[in-house]
Design a protein around this ligand. Structure first.
Ligand code: SAH
Length: 464
């Protein structure tokens, strides 16, 4: 971050701008929304500036800026659109002690003005450090559409009611009240009857929340998908938005944890002390302990919680404690991985079924129906298969599998550091060791990346 976003107090303070053309007008339209005293220096001001001056909205000096003109100013804008003049005026303003912005000159500016979404007193500032104005505009119009026009008045009325709402105990009860106001009852009241109705509604919902029973705890077992936050379901997003506690495993990426409600407590159940995993019993106890206090617990698991996720043990513990729960499915690693190599999990004429296997289970390397898996055309997604690669290879070949069977390993599927290793059953352990894979990886038996398949077909043609 080369620029740190802050909100500067400008009420009753001076902001000075030099310039009278288009650039000056664009900045003045923003500055006139503030409660600052704005002074403009412009030998030839645009007619709008003259009108604003006549209406008392700013002070206009129809001359070039001189030393001392920016004394006591908090901010200064050099907006003459003339390099030499901008350098001259900004030197004056700097000497006078103001923070300086030169329009369209990021290098020499001490601050930059963000794109603004104005729902005063709610203000959203968007900055890209000059890197992508198009992106800033897109984000701005997205937010303009998303934030109701009534948000400003709602926030102002809400602020005036804060003291009254303090009768609610701090924490979840109070947050629930405000969430109800801003996202539910408040906007509805504003639409129906304007500010007066909002005031009545505030008092009514405060009574409701005061009389409300303490909410029961709940556990949502949520699939976080393979790592790309865009692969979360909307339900997963909503669960994270409202969570009091998020208990996640090692597979969940930081980008996804970022989406949890800011006040939520995040607990990494993948680690304890110096990196050893928490036992399943300890995790079960942790989930129950938090939900029993009335918390909305999100148990966030990589991929889909129902695939090699030890979900049932957790559900049983929660049920035994009499706590309500539900499951939010996620995109499992196998789905994300086939997508990344452009293949299907099933294909007419090739495989009518697909197996999800684990490389190892509680007893060590997992046993499977090897002779069925060794048949040509079989497709299997092998989870947790890194360590057991040599074992799996040995069993399959012993049961008659073709050594040339394609095998693809996808590491970090859907993440920026995704890697694809296309190999064969014969070379699997060697290639895997050579690739030095450190992230989570899924091994596909019987699938090659689509592009590699095309290449193999082509080289076979060339050989023929
Ligand atoms: N519930 C998870 C699987 C948990 S088992 C799911 O549905 O995906 C953990 C194994 O999943 C890892 O050892 C790895 O084989 C696989 N895995 C999870 N995320 C992955 C990813 N982003 N890329 C590749 N494999 C992944």
């Amino acid at each position: 971050m080369k620029h740190f976003p802050i909100f500067v107090a400008v009420e009753g303070r001076r902001i000075v701008l030099s310039g009278g053309g288009e650039a000056a007008l664009a900045k003045l339209r923003l500055l006139l929304k503030t409660e600052a005293h704005v002074t403009v220096f412009a030998p030839e001001p645009a007619p709008e500036i003259v009108q604003w001056a006549a209406a008392g909205r700013l002070r206009l000096q129809q001359r070039a800026m001189q030393p001392g003109d920016a004394l006591c100013a908090v901010l200064f804008y050099a907006a003459d659109e003339d390099t030499a003049e901008d350098a001259r005026t900004s030197a004056i303003a700097r000497a006078d002690g103001a923070l300086v912005n030169i329009v369209d000159n990021l290098e020499d500016s001490q601050f930059i003005t963000p794109a603004i979404v104005d729902r005063d007193p709610v203000t959203v500032a968007i900055g890209t450090e000059g890197a992508a104005p198009v992106l800033a505009r897109a984000i701005k119009s997205d937010l303009e559409a998303r934030l109701p026009a009534t948000l400003g008045p709602l926030a102002r009325l809400g602020k005036a009611f804060r003291k009254a709402a303090d009768v609610l105990p701090m924490g979840r009860r109070r947050r629930d009240f405000w969430a109800d106001y801003y996202f539910n009852a408040g906007p509805r009241a504003m639409d129906q009857g304007g500010e007066e109705q909002v005031k009545t509604t505030l008092r009514a919902i405060l009574d409701q929340h005061l009389n409300a029973q303490e909410r029961d705890g709940h556990v949502a077992f949520v699939g976080a998908g393979p790592g790309d936050p865009d692969l979360l379901t909307l339900k997963a997003r909503k669960a994270l938005d409202t969570a009091d506690v998020v208990i996640h495993d090692r597979l969940v990426t930081p980008a996804i944890l970022e989406l949890a409600r800011r006040e939520a407590i995040l607990i990494d159940a993948g680690k304890e002390g110096f990196g050893a995993s928490m036992s399943q019993d300890a995790i079960n106890a942790l989930i129950v302990e938090h939900a029993a206090t009335g918390a909305q617990v999100v148990r966030l698991k990589g991929g889909d919680p129902t695939v090699f996720g030890r979900l049932d043990e957790e559900i049983e513990a929660v049920t035994a404690a009499g706590i309500a729960w539900h499951v939010v499915p996620g995109i499992t690693a196998a789905s994300a991985s086939v997508a990344s190599i452009g293949q299907s999990l099933t294909q007419r004429g090739r495989n009518a079924s697909v197996r999800f296997l684990t490389g190892h289970d509680m007893k060590g390397f997992a046993d499977h129906d090897w002779s069925a898996l060794a048949r040509p055309g079989e497709v299997a997604a092998i989870y947790m298969g890194k360590k057991s690669a040599r074992f799996i290879q040995g069993r399959l070949i012993m049961h008659g599998a073709d050594r040339a069977t394609p095998v693809t390993v996808i590491e970090n599927a859907s993440r920026p550091d995704q890697r694809i290793l296309a190999t064969t059953l014969d070379r699997l352990p060697t290639d895997l060791a050579e690739a030095a894979i450190t992230g989570p990886a899924l091994t596909f038996l019987g699938l090659a990346p689509r592009a590699a398949e095309a290449q193999i077909a082509q080289s076979q043609q060339e050989l023929a």
